[in-house]
Design a protein around this ligand. Sequence first.
Ligand SMILES: [Zn+2]
Length: 435
Amino acid sequence: MTMAPKSVLTDAVNASMPLAESLFREIGEKTAAAAGVSREPYGPGEQTAIDILTRAGRTLDLEIASDPFGNLYLTLPGRGRSAPAWLVGSHVDSVPSGGNYDGLAGVVAGVTALAALRRCNVVPPCDITVMGIRSEELSSWYGGHHDGHIGSRAALGLLPAGELESAVNSRTGRTLREHMRDAGFDPAAVGRGSPHLSPDRFKGYLELHIEQGPVLENRGIPVGVVTAIRGAARARSCRCLGAYTHSGAVPHEYRSDAVMATVELVRELDLEWERVRAAGGDLVFTVGKFFTDAGVHALTKVPGEAQFTLDFRSQSAATLKAMKVLAERLARDIGARRRVGFELGQFSVQQPAVMDSGCRSRLLEGARAFGIPHMEIASGAGHDAQDFAHAGFRAAMIFVRNSHGSHNPDEAMDIADFALGTRLLAWMLMQEQES
Ligand SMILES: [Zn+2]
C-alpha cells in the first residue's frame, strides 16, 4: 500500500497518541525544574530529551544519526531513497522554567507521525527525517552577542563561528564554544566545509509548534497554518537627551523635556501602527523599556534624559523599513521642535521568513479534507523554520492551539488538538506530488 486512506491514517495517528503522551510525560518529568521544565542548551535537560527521543526512534526501528552540533536525526526510509527527503523538526531545549510543549511538541509530532505510518504499514514516497534541534532558546540562557537558534543555524551553515565566543552563558560565564565541547560536540565544525543540511537534498522542512499567542484559543480554532514568521527591526538602547530644570520655575517654551518628547514620539508611532493595521498591513509595535535615570530624576525636576527601546515586527520587510525610517524622521522633527536630541542608535534587522506557498496550500487542502477547523495565522515568535527558509528550504509550519501563553510553566495544549495537528502533518508527509 502506498497511500493510506484518510480514515486509516486518522486511526493510526489516534492509536499512536499514547506514545506521544508518554514522551511528553517522561521528558517533562525528567527535565522538571522548581517550576515547569528546564532544558538548557548543551546542558543535561536538553540531553535527557535527546536520549529519550533516541530511544523512541530505536523502538520504532528508525535510522538514527546526529551531526557535529548534537542535533538528532531519526529517519523512516521511503521508497525512493535517493529522492529529496522531508525534514520535520523543532527544538528540544526550553527557556528556564518553561513549558513542556514549546519546541518538544514538534519533535514528538514528527515521531508520532512516523509511528503512525509504521502502524499502518505504509512506506512513504521519500525518506522522512525527524530532527530534534538543539539550542533554539539560547537567548534566555546566554548573554553577549548572538542570534540564538544555534542547532539549526550550525547545521545549515548560517552560524558565524564568532558567536561561539561572543555568546556567554549567564550562569557559568563560559562561552558557547566551551559548553558545546563539554557536551561532547565539535564547535570547530561550525562554518567548516559544506553545510550539514542543504536544500537540494530535501523536499522541504515542516515544523509543528504550539501557538505562543492567544489567537487560536480566542477564536476557538485548534490548528493554524502559518503564513510567515515576522521579522523585526529593533533599537535596543534609545536615548532622548534634554535638560534637567526646575519643574515649577521653567515655562514651557524654555524646557527640554525628554519624557514629553519621547511620549510624543511613541504616540506618533502608535498612531502609524493603527493606520498600518487599518490598511490591512501586518505590524506589532512595543516599547518594552521606557525609564528615567533613578539616580537623578525627581518629582520636582523636568526630566533631562529618557531611555527606551523600539521593537517593530512584521511579515513585510517593507513595513519594517518604513517604520524605521518614520521613527528616525519623527526623532529629528520632534527633537527640533521640543529642544531635545534623540539618539536611536542602530536598528538590528531580522528579515521576515515567508512560508512556502505550495506547502501552505497543501496544508490548507489537507485540513479541509480532514474537516479540521483551521485558520491562516502569522507567527509573531521566531522559530527554527525561519532559518530553514533563509537557507533556501521550502518551509512550512502548523500551529496547535495552546492556553496560558508560552515560555512559562503553564502552557496547556490539549492532546486532542495535538492529534489533529499531527494527523495533518502525517498526511502532508504522504503526499506523492510536489505542491
Ligand atoms: Zn519554540
